[in-house]
Each structure stands twice: as structure tokens, then as C-alpha cells.
Design a protein around this ligand. Structure first.
Ligand code: FES
Length: 352
């Protein structure tokens, strides 16, 4: 063997720079939406830059990698810290800030998010990783590095870190091709169009997605149960721009003007890229009555809707071009109604 090495001459050995910790964040998409992992990755890169923990010369530097499925597949985003063997679950941005500050720099894992702390030792479910991360950790003896003499090389390193991050984002996007923000339409004469949309809202809220609800026709002063619920849930932006229903409106010009204004507000929200889910409640009426040109609106959506933004559109009379444009269309059909059949009026908490 030695003879063979001598024969081959000097071997060009790989030269790896030391680093302190490496994070792996699952972006497979089943434990949590892949975009959440991407957001966390960006947050860590940003904190690394601020703390100069991205510098190749810094032996304490922190690497962050978007990994495929880490085998937990629920309660994500899932994050593992190497070499500590600490598995975190439910890592939102606030949790990530704490993990960065308390664990990665301070050496104190954030108990509240440690996956294994949910189960006594030996009673973990079958999918739980073997490592419990119970061993004491060494905090980073951290002090910002001197940068001036190193600035040229460091800039280059920053560039490489950026390139790597960009490549990871591209890889995530390629992997995520199977996923896209859906356009969902709930239409038809029956009840339940808005209710079904609010079911999606609740689900998305549970996944910590950023949600906006724009009500095009309902009165802006209304206090429907769903508005009260959204207020209590928090983190849901609720915009009502209507002056009432079209068939009760005293002033159609005002109804139309308000609805058009709501569409322009909606367009702003869509291009802001700040949302994971937007619900456009009663939007179909704007297209049906021609208050907004349907072809123009759909062409605008085609050109401007962020790829991963989910839109739920409700209302009767969904026009053909909207149905063609949507990914999922459900038509509500009335089979029986308490008022029509028995004269029972709408009741708070059930119908509104
Ligand atoms: S999908 Fe995230 S851990 Fe499996």
C-alpha cells in the first residue's frame, strides 16, 4: 500500500476547515411546508453573517444545510444539531432565534423544542431517532473575530456562502416542483363555500402559515363568528371592504367601488410575497358582474401570483375561465336547508 502511494507520488489530500456545528433542516415538505425550512435557513445564514460565524477561518462557524426527510415526518419543521445530537421539532422563526442564541452560541439546548423531551427515555415512538442529545454541551467561546486584515478573503467566503445558499434554494425549488400554491375555488348555490375556505385557513394557521383573508362584499363592520375566531387565533390578517351584499346595497356605485378597491388591496397583498395563503371571499361576484374584467384579472394572477402562494376563492357563479384557471373547484349544492324546509333562521355560531 505504502509502495503504491510512493509510486503515485504526492497525494492531493482534501483540506477541510474546522467548524463548530452543523444544522440540518428538513425541507422534504411532509413534516412542514418546505418554504418554512427555507425561511429558517435564511434566518440562520443571516445570524451567521451578523455573528461572523460564516467565516471559513472561524473554527466555531456554523453550517446550515437544507436536508431531505430526516425521518420524523410530523410536527416540523424538524431540525437536528450536529454533533450534539439534539433534535428539535416545531421550529418556527421565534424558536430558531432562541435555538441560535441559547444553544448554538450559549451551549444550552432549548428544552421546550427538543423532540425527545416529549417522551421518557425508552418510550419514544418507533420513528424517533436513537440519539437523545442528553450529554452536556460545550458553549462556543465566542468573541467576534478581527476582520480588517481578512476582509478580502472573508468577502470571497461570504460570496461562496451566498452561492451555496442560492444553490440550496435552487435544489429545494427543483425538489419542490411537485408542489405549488393551489388556486382553489368553492362555488355553487349551496351553503359552505366560505366555511370550507375557513377550514383551510384553520389548517394553515395550525401549520403556522402566514394568512390573509379579504372579504370583498361582506360589511366591514360585521362581527361574524369567523372574524371573532380569527382575532382570537391571532396572526391572521382580516380585511373587509364591502358595504354589504349586492342585493341589499343602497348604493351600487359604492358597492362596486369598494369591491374594486378590495381587488387592488388584494393585488398588493399577492405581490408582497408575504403570505402563504390568501382567501378571496366572494371574489367570484366581481368577475360575474363584470366589476373587474375576468380575463385581465386571471392574466394578472398568472403573471403575479407567487408560485407557492395558495389562493382560495369563494362565491357563486364562478366563471368558466376561473374554473379553467383553478387547480381545485368544488361546487356546493343544496340538498336541504333549515330555513327553506322548516323556517329555522340562521343561528349565531353555526351560520355566521
Ligand atoms: S418530512 Fe420532514 S422529517 Fe420527514
Amino acid at each position: 500500500m505504502q509502495a503504491k502511494e510512493e509510486e503515485m507520488g504526492e497525494i492531493d489530500r482534501p483540506n477541510m476547515r474546522n467548524y463548530g456545528r452543523q444544522l440540518f433542516i428538513c425541507n422534504h415538505g411532509d413534516c412542514a411546508p418546505a418554504e418554512e425550512a427555507e425561511r429558517l435557513n435564511r434566518l440562520v445564514l443571516e445570524r451567521n453573517r451578523q455573528q461572523q460565524l460564516n467565516k471559513l477561518r472561524n473554527p466555531h462557524r456554523i453550517k446550515c444545510t437544507l436536508a431531505d426527510c430526516l425521518g420524523v415526518c410530523q410536527g416540523g419543521p424538524i431540525l437536528v444539531v450536529y454533533p450534539d445530537g439534539i433534535w428539535y421539532h416545531g421550529v418556527d422563526e421565534e424558536a430558531m432565534e432562541r435555538i441560535y442564541r441559547e444553544h448554538l452560541i450559549g451551549g444550552r439546548p432549548v428544552e421546550a423544542f427538543i423532540f425527545h423531551r416529549q417522551f421518557p427515555a425508552g418510550q419514544e415512538p418507533a420513528y424517533a431517532p436513537d440519539m437523545r442529545g442528553d450529554d452536556p454541551l460545550t458553549p462556543i467561546p465566542w468573541a467576534p473575530l478581527e476582520t480588517e486584515a481578512e476582509s478580502e478573503e472573508e468577502e470571497e467566503v461570504d460570496g461562496r456562502v451566498e452561492e451555496t445558499a442560492a444553490e440550496l434554494r435552487r435544489m429545494a425549488a427543483r425538489r419542490g416542483r411537485k408542489k405549488k400554491g393551489l388556486v382553489i375555488v368553492n362555488t355553487g348555490e349551496g351553503k359552505g363555500k366560505t366555511t370550507a375556505a375557513l377550514g383551510v385557513m384553520t389548517r394553515a394557521w395550525g401549520r403556522r402559515m402566514k394568512i390573509g383573508v379579504i372579504q370583498f362584499l361582506k360589511n366591514e363592520n360585521a362581527r361574524f363568528g369567523e372574524i371573532l375566531a380569527a382575532e382570537r387565533m391571532g396572526d391572521i390578517e382580516w380585511i373587509s371592504s364591502g358595504d354589504g351584499w349586492t342585493w341589499t346595497s343602497d348604493d351600487m356605485d359604492e358597492t362596486v367601488a369598494r369591491a374594486r378597491h378590495a381587488w387592488s388591496v388584494c393585488q398588493e397583498r399577492i405581490v408582497s410575497s408575504e403570505y402563504d395563503l390568501l382567501i378571496l371571499d366572494e371574489f367570484t361576484y366581481l368577475l360575474h358582474y363584470g366589476w373587474v374584467d375576468g380575463n385581465e384579472a386571471l392574466a394578472w394572477l398568472e403573471a403575479n401570483k407567487p408560485r407557492m402562494l395558495h389562493l382560495v376563492i369563494t362565491g357563486r357563479y364562478a366563471p368558466r375561465n376561473l374554473i379553467d384557471f383553478a387547480d381545485l373547484v368544488t361546487e356546493m349544492r343544496e340538498v336541504k336547508h333549515p330555513f327553506a324546509g322548516q323556517g329555522i333562521r340562521a343561528q349565531a355560531g353555526i351560520e355566521y
